[in-house]
Design a protein around this ligand. Sequence first.
Ligand code: ATP
Ligand code: MG
Length: 446
Amino acid sequence: MMVTFSFTKRIRKRDSSVAKQKALQAIRGMNDCLPSETNIWQMVESVLRRVASNYGFAEIRMPIVESTALFKRGIGEVTDIVEKEMYTFDDLNGDSLTLRPEGTASCVRAGVQHGLLYNQEQRLWYMGPMFRHERPQKGRYRQFHQFGLEAFGIATPDIDAEIILLTARLWKELGINEFVTLELNSLGSNDERANYREALIAYLVEHEALLDDDSKRRMHTNPLRVLDSKNPQVQEALVNAPKLSDHFGEETQTHFDTLCARLDAAGISYVLNERLVRGLDYYNRTVFEWVTDTLGAQGTICAGGRYDGLVEQLGGKATPAFGFALGIERLVLMLTELDKVTNTRPQVDAYVVILGDDAQVTANKLAEQWRDQVPDIRLQCHCGGGNMKKQLKRADKSGAQIALILGDDEIAQEKVMVKYLRGQKEQESVEFTQVSSLLTELTQGL
Ligand code: ATP
Ligand code: MG
């Protein structure tokens, strides 16, 4: 007892000193998702889940923290993410851990660790928070959420097409298909890219005077990244740069042509963008991005491609793979800005007004029955007492369509008084046994 007492006293003292300091705030770039926003998040998440399963993909859930080595090896040492964006720390054992900046490396690690990828196909998706220490701005945060999807074990371009079709379906279902453009490129095989790298470096060295510091720095470490520099002056210097596609062998060319033909046949339009190289090292052959001009600078909503070398690089047997990740915040922003938020069902459909102590007991019993009978109902029972006027005010504020009023008289007659809170309909007395059909109608939109 004594120990507990002195402990609470100590905590209290510390609390009061905290209170004098400035109010506690969330970490910059890490956002709360408030109840007014969770509606749209849930809508987006349910479309993502459903469409993934429409194409036969299964969910995988990975830890949020992994060994730092996984990302260094998986994403590449000279990428923006690994060079400057990771939340890395030593845990109490002295192990270097990192909050995951993306999902593919973890997904491959899990697949290899559990033998999911060995001589078999796997179609997986995941969704959850990712962490990057970037400069927070609209559409760019330090904790953000991705939905990602990966297919393992298929080398042919039919899976590239199937997954790009899946993404196109997402935009259609979310009602944003008119506002997004597909950009497509091929990065060739590792050998083709290595040959090209030499040619590109030679060109960049020749034009070094026209490059900015960032490009000069990348020129020797990751020259392909210079191609997607946002600096117009750098872009101008690149006008006559050698093309990666000139180094393609027959296999790469056929792979890409077949993919394009599939997309053409499916009626998916795309823009070929030779400058699209992606910021992660693991890609080869197909890369793609879906971009929009509705979000300003943060215009990429979804990005991915083929990464046939990663599984082996992370210790598995060589396994071809194709995947993408999309940013959920950017989708939510887009839907909000385009006014596409159609799900307006309020948090509560029906509100139970309870008058008197006896009614309280019966009301709970009835409410439980109604929830059993109409599993989709959003039924809120008034708590905290008060007269009819106060309770009806709460009912109104809850957004409910109807108030179900239960007093001693109603209970004696096994009826409930239904008051319609929206529109003109007169209040009416409804038998207990009829309430469930009324509630069912409510869930379907009265
Ligand atoms: P960007 O060029 O915008 O930095 P990226 O190439 O770093 O994007 P990926 O690693 O390919 O992005 O991640 C896939 C998607 O995740 C992006 O297209 C974007 O929608 C989203 N995303 C990436 N970083 C962030 C972030 N910091 N905040 C919000 N969304 C992000
Ligand atoms: Mg980035």
